[in-house]
Design a protein. Structure first.
Length: 310
């Protein structure tokens, strides 16, 4: 193919058509008239030798070739846009909106200090946090809509990662729990009634999968979708929550909780920042990550000081 003769606007039209699976919606997306979008589709069909969109009943569907083009085309367009992105980010005057995805424990532990930094440096910036939705969400379309993800786990396709902070799991019980101190013994731990946390996109509490690999099976009395809810329940019942230690420490005073060492060493959890490839060299994204990494380092220092005071 002669790239010099290729109209790059066709790639923008192709991206819209692949996203919308509709000529009329694609036209609205990129500001074309419907006849102009139809003409672009015909040119693309001729160029690629594939119909791209075919009618199935009352709707249009992508051909296999079209579906295969979605991810690489989206990534290529992001890289092209990056060529024209300013090489500086003026935080003071910026009114940019960033979108982050993280579980509730990360919001509790990080966002107050993080937002204090953002407010001082960039008072007109807006941060939108969306709840964790599981690894299946990591695809090309999602990468275009998100600036940062905080989560455990391996690197996801199309995303880079950096270590943010480390943690470990512990048992949270209400103050004066009848067998709280004895929960460090395996028989009492296994006999206790537990509240499990199953986040969206997960089939079970991750701690149960890990315990099962060690030959342990705890008694689940209640399942909730967030760590904060688990701690609130533990604070007002005799249920036990097996959750990140830093989160227990953050809410222990407010909820009258005690931390108990589990009878089995849970090891170290590593929380990471994940960010899409397009954000690797984009100045605003670099600024955002720098602030978050700084907040993560401070969280580690605060935990160390709290341990020393105890």
């Amino acid at each position: 193919m002669n790239l010099a003769a290729l109209d790059l606007n066709l790639l923008v039209a192709l991206d819209a058509l692949l996203r919308e699976s509709s000529v009329s919606r694609a036209a609205l997306r990129i500001g074309l008239s419907q006849p102009a979008a139809s003409h672009a589709l015909q040119r693309l069909r001729d160029l690629l030798g594939d119909p791209l969109l075919v009618r199935t009943g009352a709707r249009m569907e992508l051909t296999p070739r079209a579906r295969a083009l979605q991810a690489p085309l989206a990534q290529a367009l992001d890289q092209v846009r990056g060529l024209f992105t300013p090489d500086v980010f003026d935080a003071v005057s910026s009114e940019r909106q960033f979108r982050l995805m993280m579980p509730d424990l990360a919001v509790e532990l990080l966002m107050p200090a993080f937002m204090a930094k953002v407010t001082r440096a960039a008072p007109n910036i807006r941060i939108d946090v969306v709840p964790w939705r599981g690894p299946a969400i990591f695809h090309a379309e999602f990468a275009r809509t998100i600036d940062m993800v905080i989560s455990i786990g391996n690197a996801f396709k199309g995303f880079h990662r950096q270590l943010l902070y480390t943690d470990s799991d512990a048992l949270a019980v209400r103050r004066n729990h009848p067998i709280g101190k004895r929960l460090s013994r395996s028989d009492d731990f296994l006999a206790a009634r537990h509240v499990a946390v199953v986040l969206r996109g997960q089939g079970e509490d991750l701690i149960d999968n890990w315990l099962r690999s060690k030959g342990w099976e705890r008694r689940i009395a209640l399942v909730v979708p967030s760590y904060i809810e688990a701690l609130h329940v533990a604070a007002r019942t005799d249920l036990v929550a097996f959750v990140p230690r830093r989160l227990i420490a953050a809410l222990a005073r407010a909820l009258s909780l005690s931390t108990v060492r589990p009878p089995i060493d849970p090891g170290i959890d590593e929380q990471y920042i994940f960010y899409p490839t397009r954000a690797q060299v984009e100045p605003g994204s670099i600024w955002l990550r720098t602030l978050m990494l700084e907040t993560g380092r401070e969280l580690g220092g605060a935990a160390s000081r709290a341990t020393n005071r105890r």
